[in-house]
Design a protein around this ligand. Structure first.
Ligand code: SDX
Length: 427
């Protein structure tokens, strides 16, 4: 690629450097474009815009590749653990056995919530969507953990990061318990991160909770597959909120709010609801037709992606895991058959081929989560729980990036030109 590009605009020529990363598309550094030309670039939805430099995650959408600090997602899903991937995302290298033990010890000792936070739940209706509760409770954390809100102190940033990673399972489990009218369970430090979450969610004070290793392993794999994903909408929200100097708890609450949208993390709940609405494979053609109909806002939930124009590698792992987990649990869920049939039909349909629409991370995850026992309203909560480590890793990278400043995009103004006020008596 050339080192510079030239732009002819308004009779003037300006030049811009071309920057190359380790791998992936080069970027044209246009930071001086407005000063040189008086014009802005225009890119709603940021389809061709790199918002930052990052060394955390790399996606090759055409090849269906996802790397976390260089390690392929399928290898991490098969061989690593969510605690180890969390360390990797935060620190850039796989931990030694001692480093992993120390990190896991630190996280497990931040899993308890300030006792007064439990009263926040009582302010919600029992049928409140748990994502509404997550937005509220996570945003409120900054009222309780003042000693880790100074974003310029790397030590405080790391404590806040550990607190967020550690407390999300407790907050998520409490949201579920509140919705079913059962008492909250406290975390237990002798359990794994994921086992602790399963016990706080499905355990009851009346008896010991048996952690099923099949479910623990499937849940841990699901957390790994949802941990980070470059500059997606919610991560960009966290970065933008963080660029103003907002405290980390408020930034993560903003990320949770963005993730909730059905075009983003809310798609896992929407995808399972869609598969259940389709019901049987004979009704699939009707829904495929609706997805292709420009006048119908219906989209195939769990399909398509801004970056992947090939299989989402996470969907491949989850598609396999769905069969394994349901077989091991002895569950025969017709929704899985419908999902497989829908995938086959869609991938052979010219519309989906032309638009390069493949199953994404949200297409199969709901089938597994439902088999484990989660209601669909908890699916995006689980996505937020896992993505918190990606959000805090990206937030830390942004804060320590010397090139970062407050995010403040411009616009193409199409409103009224300057005009004088008209008193109401003359309108
Ligand atoms: C996640 O960014 C990330 O990395 C996100 C994520 C992460 O880990 O953070 O991967 C998680 O959010 C996965 C995506 C989950 N969302 C869904 O499954 C919802 C359904 N999918 C779509 O809404 C859509 O595919 C998006 C939002 C995911 C991507 O939208 P884009 O990139 O803006 O693409 P687009 O809407 O411009 O679609 C291109 C064309 C359009 O047709 P035309 O206007 O060109 O004629 O494809 C069509 C769309 O109508 N299309 C679909 C479709 N997705 C796109 N048509 C039917 N069904 C779909 N699912």
């Amino acid at each position: 690629m050339a080192d510079n590009v030239k732009l002819e605009l308004g009779g003037k020529t300006s030049e811009y450097p071309v920057l190359s990363g380790t791998v992936g598309p080069d970027v044209v550094d246009i930071r001086k474009l407005y000063a040189a030309t008086g014009a802005f670039t225009y890119d709603p939805g940021f389809t061709s815009t790199a918002s930052c430099q990052s060394a955390i995650t790399y996606i090759d959408g055409d090849e269906g590749v996802l790397l976390h600090r260089g390690y392929p997602i399928d290898q991490l899903a098969e061989q690593s653990s969510f605690m180890e991937v969390s360390y990797l995302l935060l620190n850039g290298q796989l931990p030694s056995a001692k480093e992993l033990e120390d990190f896991t010890y630190t996280i497990s000792r931040h899993t308890m919530l300030h006792e007064q936070l439990a009263t926040f739940y009582r302010g919600f209706r029992r049928d409140a969507h748990p994502m509404a509760i997550m937005c509220g409770v996570v945003g409120a954390l900054s009222a309780f953990y003042h000693d880790s809100t100074d974003i310029n102190d790397p030590k405080q940033r790391m404590i806040a990061s550990h607190r967020l990673i550690a407390k999300m399972p407790t907050i998520a489990a409490m949201a579920y318990k509140y919705s079913v009218g059962q008492p909250f369970l406290y975390p237990k430090n002798d359990l794994s991160y994921t086992g602790n979450f399963l016990r706080m969610t499905f355990g009851v004070p009346a008896e010991e909770y048996e952690i099923d290793p099949v479910i623990e392993s499937a849940m841990d794999k699901i957390f790994i597959l949802h941990a980070d994903h470059e500059q997606n909408a919610s991560t960009s929200t966290v970065r933008l909120a963080g660029s103003s100097g907002a405290n980390p708890f408020a930034c993560i609450a903003a990320g949770i709010a963005c993730l909730w949208g059905p075009a983003h993390g809310g798609a896992n709940e929407a995808a399972l609801n869609m598969l259940r609405e389709i019901g049987t494979p004979d009704r699939i053609p009707e829904y495929i037709a609706r997805a292709k109909n420009k006048d119908d806002p219906f989209r195939l939930m769990g399909f398509g992606h801004r970056v992947y124009k090939n299989f989402d590698p996470r969907a491949k792992v989850l598609g396999k895991a769905a069969t394994e987990v349901l077989d091991k649990l002895g569950i025969n869920d017709p929704v899985l058959d419908t999902a497989r049939e829908l995938e086959q039909i869609a991938l052979k349909d010219q519309y989906f081929i032309d638009k390069k629409l493949y199953p994404n991370v949200d297409f199969y995850s709901g089938v597994i989560l439902s088999a484990i026992g989660f209601p669909t309203t908890m699916f995006t909560v689980l996505f937020a729980l896992a993505r918190t480590v990606g959000w805090v890793a990206q937030w830390n990278e942004m804060i320590s990036d010397p090139e970062q400043k407050i995010g403040r995009p411009r616009q193409l103004y199409t409103g009224a030109a300057n005009r004088d006020y008209v008193p109401v008596s003359q309108r």
